[in-house]
Design a protein around this ligand. Structure first.
Ligand SMILES: Nc1ncnc2c1ncn2[C@@H]1O[C@H](COP(=O)(O)OP(=O)(O)OP(=O)(O)O)[C@@H](O)[C@H]1O
Ligand SMILES: [Mg+2]
Length: 253
């Protein structure tokens, strides 16, 4: 099962959700590959502190631009069953570098992942905060989308464009099987704004909203700076409990 965690809006918890969903699945015994498709490399940096030094040949750059086999870049992590396909800053030029390519621009990631689909129980793709070609590649390669939405005042702006991209990928037949697995409310707080936005999201998306919500919780951020996921860093924290609940809900859906 290939799941992309996506929202073109920045800082809504895509990377945090990718990391902890992938780690949670791995801890349950599912062999999981975490694919960092964001040139910022935040997810890569959590697992490979010295990731600035990962040679470009050992990153997704080489896989997507030069059709290098994915198996050559996959790194083990400290967590059993959890593997990482690292990103590279040069991927920020992906759209430009491929602007001259005539075909096969949207399905390069799909082509790279498909030989590995049955070697992993789950492949989780972290995406950049844009609707560029990298995100289109993620939508094309995936079966399901998890859409984190931060419950701040501007939560709802941008969701229409994301839905349009989703429809575009389906209608252009890039990926007809794509479905939304769920919309995840993140950064929830006991404030009126947060409650209002969550309410509006539930009204708008109905059943698609996960029952689980992810509260603002410092342990989630601290786990990253300690180069690990929250189950390892603070297993009893609110952040850990909420991502644990999300993992259960994803498995049920
Ligand atoms: N529930 C949370 N509570 C507190 N801090 C959080 C939470 N979720 C994420 N963070 C922190 O907020 C910041 C943004 O989160 P994250 O990097 O996951 O978002 P993103 O959507 O991947 O951002 P980008 O669009 O830049 O890739 C990070 O520093 C992260 O550690
Ligand atoms: Mg991110």
């Amino acid at each position: 099962m290939i799941i992309a965690v996506t929202n073109q809006k920045g800082g809504v918890g895509k990377s945090t959700t990718s990391i902890n969903l992938a780690a949670g699945l791995a801890l349950k015994g599912y062999k999981t590959l975490l694919v960092d498709l964001d040139p910022q490399g935040n997810t890569t940096r959590v697992f490979i502190p010295e990731s600035d030094e990962v040679p470009i040949e050992e990153t997704l750059y080489n896989v997507l631009l030069n059709f290098y086999p994915l198996s050559n870049i996959i790194k083990e992590t400290n967590t059993d069953n959890l593997f990482l396909a690292p990103s590279h800053i040069r991927l920020s030029g992906f759209d430009l570098e491929l602007s001259q390519a005539f075909d096969n621009r949207s399905d390069r990631l799909k082509g790279a992942l498909s030989p590995f689909d049955d070697q992993y129980d789950y492949i989780i793709i972290d995406t950049p905060p844009s609707l560029g070609l990298l995100t289109i590649n993620a939508l094309t390669a995936s079966e399901k989308l998890v859409i984190p939405v931060s419950t701040g005042f501007f939560a709802l702006t941008g969701l229409v464009q994301l839905q349009e991209a989703f429809q575009m990928v389906k209608q252009t037949k890039l990926n007809e099987r794509l479905d939304i697995l769920g919309v995840l409310c993140t950064f929830t707080e006991r404030t009126n704004v947060s409650r209002d936005v969550e309410g509006q999201l539930r009204e708008y998306f109905g059943e698609l909203i996960f029952q689980t919500t992810i509260p603002k919780n410092i342990s989630l951020e601290e786990a990253h700076s300690n180069h690990t996921h929250v189950f390892d860093y603070a297993p009893h924290s609110k952040g850990s409990q909420s991502y644990q609940a999300l993992v259960k809900e994803v498995l049920k859906r």
